[in-house]
Design a protein around this ligand. Structure first.
Ligand code: HSE
Length: 399
């Protein structure tokens, strides 16, 4: 069974490595020897063991009838979209970890693959190395998914954990995440919440069989999180995580990607470093948590290789994700408790507020559960209160 790899970056080179490392087990399971025939990349890799297989011309792969499976690990939505479409049209199955591609063009690519009788598989697109997409579709398809939440970006979870546990600065933690191969080339989507939001929308689209458009989901990142946020959160019994939260209602889908305080006793509070978790609530199944490495070369590559094995067996992924757009409910109606932190003249005078000796002019307290629009009104009142100088931060509480 001959395959081609598009993009020889972190994941693409990881796929070649996993295929080599696990060759015996894979052949035993599939009865086939999976062989990389071409590797497409615009860069040169002198001395690399796959140097002789390198090509810069996609047509070489497209026109090679021996190649039955294409791994798209270029990333982004331009070349990745073009090549994926052309690969399917030339009768090849495609396996991709590319969440941007699936979140935007998934419905179209699935329909095309069905028409051509090939597989379009995307296990590694959500949760990196966690076996998530297939069990999510297979095991929960008989249930109604009511909510999907979790930590779905390894980079931001790694950064927040390092800041919280080791007092590492945001800039240093981000640089480390890049060196470890967790972050995207341009990490804006990681720290800005967009990567996690796209992954949430993939899970929600599968839950409602419609396109949940990530462009319409309120998305906030971790760029401005400070040591004060961790300190006051801890004093009130919370840790801070980049959370995605989606709910399925009769009237539409509620979705949000943002930093949230998580109660220390909640299972998501224990998901640290590059680990991810998807917390799925089914109507009859109840809560299920999928947990594992959310990013990184070999875990992500292993999930892609599991798809190669599926494609080699022609094991389809049966789901009903259609192009029709799902209605996304206005984020202003999203109800949560929140923690408000202020700078003020006399922190000790604020009822039920946490105060900390190292921040003598600040106080933080927990609100009751209220919608975003109610909070906006309360904040306008708080600003007018005598003794309050600045509202430093307002962050939602999960759960
Ligand atoms: N940059 C992504 C993350 C990679 O940090 O989660 C896995 O999708």
């Amino acid at each position: 069974m001959k395959i081609a790899i598009l993009g020889y970056g972190v994941v693409g080179s990881g796929v070649a490595e996993v295929l080599k490392t696990n060759a015996t087990q894979i052949t035993k399971k599939t009865g086939k020897k999976i062989e990389v025939k071409h590797v497409l990349d615009l860069r040169d890799f002198p001395g690399d063991p796959h140097e002789a297989l390198m090509t810069k011309d996609f047509a070489v792969i497209e026109n090679d009838p021996e190649v039955k499976i294409v791994v798209e690990s270029i990333g982004g939505e331009t070349a990745a979209y073009d090549y994926t479409k052309r690969a399917i049209l030339s009768g090849k199955s495609v396996c991709t970890p590319n969440k941007a591609l699936i979140a935007k063009h998934g419905a179209e690519l699935f329909a095309l693959a069905k028409k051509k009788g090939v597989n379009m598989l995307f296990e590694a697109s959500v949760g990196g190395g966690i076996p998530l997409i297939r069990p999510y579709i297979d095991a929960l398809c008989t249930d109604q998914i009511q909510a999907v939440a979790g930590i779905l970006n390894g980079t931001s979870n790694y950064i927040l954990t390092q800041m919280s546990e080791n007092g590492t600065s945001y800039a240093t933690a981000l640089k480390d995440a890049q060196n470890l191969g967790y972050a995207e080339q341009d990490p804006t989507a990681d720290v800005g919440g967009y990567d996690a939001c796209r992954k949430l929308c993939i899970l929600l689209s599968l839950a409602v069989d419609k396109q949940v458009n990530y462009e319409n989901v309120r998305t906030e990142g971790i760029e401005n999180i400070s040591t004060e946020d961790f300190a006051f959160g801890k004093a009130l019994g919370f840790t801070l995580k980049q959370i995605v939260s989606g709910k399925v209602y009769e009237s539409g889908v509620g979705a949000l990607a943002a930093p949230f305080f998580v109660p220390l006793a909640h299972p998501l509070a224990a998901v640290n470093d590059v680990y991810n978790a998807a917390w799925v609530t089914g109507k009859t199944t109840g809560n299920v948590m999928f947990y594992g490495s959310g990013a990184g070369k070999l875990p992500t590559a292993s999930a892609v290789v599991s798809n190669i094995v599926d494609a080699a067996h022609m094991q389809p992924l049966v789901h009903g994700w259609a192009p029709e757009e799902a209605k996304i409910l206005p984020a202003d109606k999203y109800v949560t408790r929140k923690i408000i932190r202020v700078t003020c003249e006399n922190p000790a005078e604020i009822k039920k507020a946490a105060t900390l000796p190292q921040y003598p002019n600040q106080a933080a307290w927990i609100t009751t559960a209220e919608s975003e629009e109610q909070t906006a009104k309360s904040l306008a009142e708080i600003k007018k209160t005598s003794g309050i100088k600045t509202i430093e931060r307002v962050l939602r509480i999960y759960g």
